[in-house]
Write a protein that binds this ligand. Structure first.
Ligand code: GUN
Length: 282
């Protein structure tokens, strides 16, 4: 029997726990966790995410500040804002929504964020800490996926994990988190030879590609755990994951749906990271 992993429910439980822990922190210390979200330009999907993040902050009892900048904002202006936020004692977490407008060098902006406020876990210092096994902030989506896998009850030690997609936001940090739990990790990408054969080895298969329904039943081992990170808008307007859910689900021991799987976990983990950031000050 395949378990459909209920990301909405798990994310809700985590957000409730964050709210309760925040109440205790604020009551004991007076500290209100503060998150600043910076949005440059008007990418419609980014606007939706930023709105959801602000709402989640309010629910959690956080201070939430949004900085909306025009698409033609200069790099210097953005760097000035980050410097101010680094020095702002009310702000514990800084998130610059990606992608940034093309004329801005993303790496330069990320490197300007104080690593102790980098709740996205994208700063090179935080990437390095993850790779060397002493993480401070872990990127939210992979952290959420680890939580989902943990709740299936399957242990990762010695298991074959295959990650498809090598983005800095999901694929790469995901691979290091799985490795830290003693999985044998294979990272696949667009140049991987015979992807179906590699994918079929997976006890745990993570699809983070951005191609609707590209993981078909022939690519999945019987009893595998399948995590679908894809959020692809079809021409019909419907959302589809990277996994062909209807044909793959019956072969799996557990699988995440789209929507309602990985997606809600990203914001839940952002709340957790921001609470952790606020605690760093004590
Ligand atoms: N764009 C897509 N996912 C993310 C994320 O997790 N953080 C930020 N900052 N931007 C994103």
């Amino acid at each position: 029997m395949s378990i459909i992993i209920d990301g909405n429910k798990i994310a809700q439980d985590i957000r409730q726990a964050v709210r309760e822990e925040t109440l205790v922190l604020t009551r004991r210390t007076g500290v209100v966790p503060g998150l600043a979200v910076v949005l440059a330009g008007d990418d419609p999907a980014s606007k939706v995410y930023v709105r959801r993040k602000a709402k989640a902050c309010e629910e959690a009892g956080f201070l939430s500040r949004e900085y909306k900048l025009p698409a033609d904002v200069g790099e210097a202006e953005l760097l000035d804002l980050i410097r101010d936020l680094n020095n702002d004692r009310q702000i514990h977490g800084i998130l610059v929504q990606l992608p940034l407008p093309k004329h801005i060098v993303t790496d330069k902006i990320i490197a300007a964020i104080d690593p102790h406020k980098d709740v996205d876990g994208f700063h090179p210092a935080n990437v390095g800490r993850l790779v060397t096994g002493s993480p401070l902030f872990v990127p939210c989506t992979p952290r959420g996926i680890m939580e989902l896998i943990a709740r299936t009850g399957i242990g990762l030690s010695g298991k074959d994990a295959v990650v498809i997609g090598r983005s800095n936001i999901v694929g790469k940090p995901m691979s290091f988190l799985l490795l830290a739990q003693n999985a044998t990790v294979t990272m696949c990408h667009s140049k991987t030879k015979d992807l179906p054969a590699v994918a079929r080895r997976a006890d745990v298969l993570i699809a983070a590609v951005g191609k609707p329904r590209m993981i078909t039943a022939d690519m999945v081992k019987e009893g595998a755990v399948v995590i679908d990170v894809g959020v692809n808008r079809l021409e019909s307007g419907k959302l589809a994951g990277d996994v062909a859910f209807d044909e793959v689900a019956p072969k799996t021991s557990a699988i995440t749906p789209v929507p309602g799987g990985v997606g809600p976990m990203t914001i839940a983990m952002l709340m957790k990271n921001t609470l952790d950031a606020a605690r760093l000050h004590f």
